[in-house]
Design a protein around this ligand. Structure first.
Ligand SMILES: *[C@@H]1O[C@H](CO)[C@@H](O)[C@H](O)[C@H]1NC(C)=O
Ligand SMILES: *[C@@H]1O[C@H](CO)[C@@H](O)[C@H](O)[C@H]1NC(C)=O
Ligand SMILES: *[C@@H]1O[C@H](CO)[C@@H](O)[C@H](O)[C@H]1NC(C)=O
Length: 516
């Protein structure tokens, strides 16, 4: 890519498509954007990023290509066969072997967002290819899982049966049933999250593989239409699945997908969707929340604030939509205000300084929130906005960045337990991660009954490098036991979140480049 197009390519593309008026286009240069040239790279975060990305290699299903994890091999190569589909790729969700479409699609959306904002810094740290490799493995799966307009396979494997077994993926022999949503059995949340993943990935692949990118975008638009036309929550359609990734509502995913589709297509109808009636009804504007696999509202607020930060006069975007976007941005401001530790509306945190929202997988919320803070700080800097108002207080982009780093530093070992919650990073990290493959020696075929390895007091024989475990309790304590699912399970989406956060703070130069 030419030096003159250092600006964030996807914003540029969006602007061009949306406007069709080249004369009015202002090229916004975004610090670490797509092809951007970052400042120097912080070696600590670069090393942690390299570690975190390894987890996607650990979690791969299917016939492996250039596998570098010595204890992993081919598995689930027949997934999808009963429907005449190749659903062998994709990634196992966590310490189990289910391919849950809802969190897997979210993983892909987050990987894409990270590459889009911070691809330049990732490249400088020589980690961009690793992120793209992981993304492609998921997108290939998701494309195959969407064989016709109103048909999406959202799960491979039977979680009840799978969770009763303790075995390596390479030796599993249980049936791998498929679950799909259709017009009659809807799942707007999972369909819209998959649409978001496809739209975001289409932007990533645009400069790399145009054909692939177009295909992703086509699927994204179809899936969004399907999700919107046949409304319903997938865990309402399949009540048994509410025991795993219960989707509280599909409303947030519809807006999130519309936001990504607007960025990917420049088609104003997607922006009107998010800012019009649906936005009023679904967005819960004014109430700051915590970003997670279940709640995409804060992510959507930040994503759409992009339009508010960077839209230029005469951008061709309708005034109603711009007003609507402003409400999203105001709510994004409020989200930032609860994240900042010195703000009057600061959310609770542990004595060690970790934002604390939930006991189960406690790290997911602080890490996801810290990613948003890093992104927001960069939007502010790049657009020349130096002040964030929180009631009577004023904060700066540097305050947001400081918060983002504090959460990453906590994860990486600056915490009362002096433990790194990122497996494989630092001298001290969890040894008994709740992960079937990591806990069983590679040459052992347990069949379903490998429980002795679950119960073993010994460290895992294999290191699940890059796993971000659930994390500490409210009192900063952590128990490194394999059956401690609440604190010590690894999840694929957790690793995507920490990849985003580390990419966002990778560049040591928090100074925005000039806009000229
Ligand atoms: C799943 O979410 C729905 C909607 O919020 C809720 O009514 C239900 O109780 C939840 N189920 C479980 C098992 O958490
Ligand atoms: C924008 O998207 C809407 C909804 O998918 C579609 O009906 C319309 O044709 C699109 N407009 C353009 C210019 O592509
Ligand atoms: C910390 O909190 C956990 C969960 O509430 C509790 O089981 C544990 O005893 C506490 N540890 C300390 C040191 O207070």
């Amino acid at each position: 890519m030419a030096q003159s197009v250092r600006c964030c390519c996807w914003l540029l593309v969006l602007t061009l498509v949306a406007l069709g008026i080249t004369a009015a286009v202002v090229f916004v240069r975004h610090k670490n954007g797509g092809g951007g040239v970052p400042g120097s790279v912080d070696p600590k975060y670069a090393e942690a990023l390299a570690v975190a990305l390894q987890f996607f290699q650990v979690q791969k299903s299917g016939k492996l290509v250039k596998n570098e994890i010595p204890w992993r091999g081919d598995s689930a190569v027949d997934d999808g066969q009963e429907a005449g589909l190749d659903l062998s790729k994709g990634m196992y969700d966590a310490g189990d072997h289910i391919k849950f479409g809802f969190p897997m699609a979210f993983t892909a959306t987050m990987l894409s967002w990270s590459v889009l904002e911070y691809g330049g810094a990732m490249r400088a740290a020589r980690q961009r290819d690793s992120a793209l490799d992981a993304l492609r493995w998921i997108m290939d799966y998701l494309l195959n899982a969407h064989p016709s307009d109103d048909e999406l396979y959202i799960q491979v494997g039977d979680p009840e049966a799978d969770h009763k077994c303790w075995e390596r993926p390479e030796t599993m022999s249980e049936k791998r049933p498929l679950t799909k949503i259709t017009a009659k059995s809807p799942g707007s949340d999972v369909a819209a999250e998959t649409a978001a993943a496809m739209a975001a990935a289409s932007l990533v692949y645009k400069p790399i593989d145009g054909t692939y990118s177009s295909s992703l975008l086509r699927h994204a638009e179809q899936l969004f239409a399907f999700a919107d036309r046949h409304r319903g929550s997938y865990t309402h359609t399949f009540p048994k699945l509410s025991a795993y990734y219960n989707s509280t509502t599909y409303q947030d995913e519809l807006l999130w997908a519309a936001g990504w589709l607007f960025h990917a297509t420049g088609n104003g109808s997607y922006l009107s969707y998010a800012t019009g009636e649906n936005g009023q009804e679904f967005a819960d504007l004014g109430n700051p929340r915590y970003f997670s696999w279940d709640d995409k509202r804060p992510g959507t607020q930040v994503l759409l604030s992009r339009v508010s930060f960077f839209a230029s006069q005469g951008s061709g975007i309708e005034q109603d939509s711009l007003d609507g976007v402003e409400s999203y941005k105001q709510t994004a401001d409020a989200v930032m205000c609860i994240l900042l530790p010195d703000s009057e509306t600061a959310a609770p945190r542990t004595e060690g300084g970790l934002l604390y929202v939930a006991d189960w997988n406690s790290l997911q919320h602080p890490v996801a929130s810290a990613f948003l803070a890093a992104v927001y700080s960069d939007y502010m800097l790049t657009s020349g906005k130096t002040e964030l108002s929180c009631g009577s207080q004023t904060f700066s982009p540097a305050d947001l960045r400081k918060f983002a780093k504090s959460q990453a530093d906590y994860v990486l070992g600056e915490n009362p337990m002096k433990v790194s919650y990122l497996v494989g990073y630092g001298d001290s990290y969890p040894q008994q991660v709740h992960h079937r493959g990591a806990s069983i020696p590679a040459d052992v075929d347990t069949g379903c009954g490998g429980q002795e390895w679950l119960e073993s007091p010994e460290p895992n024989p294999n290191v699940a490098t890059g796993a971000l475990v659930g994390g500490p309790f409210r009192n900063d304590s952590f128990v490194d036991k394999r059956d401690n699912v609440m604190q010590n399970e690894a999840t694929t989406y957790n690793s995507a979140l920490i990849v985003g956060l580390l990419s966002g703070i990778l560049s040591t130069s928090p100074v925005a480049q000039s806009l000229s």
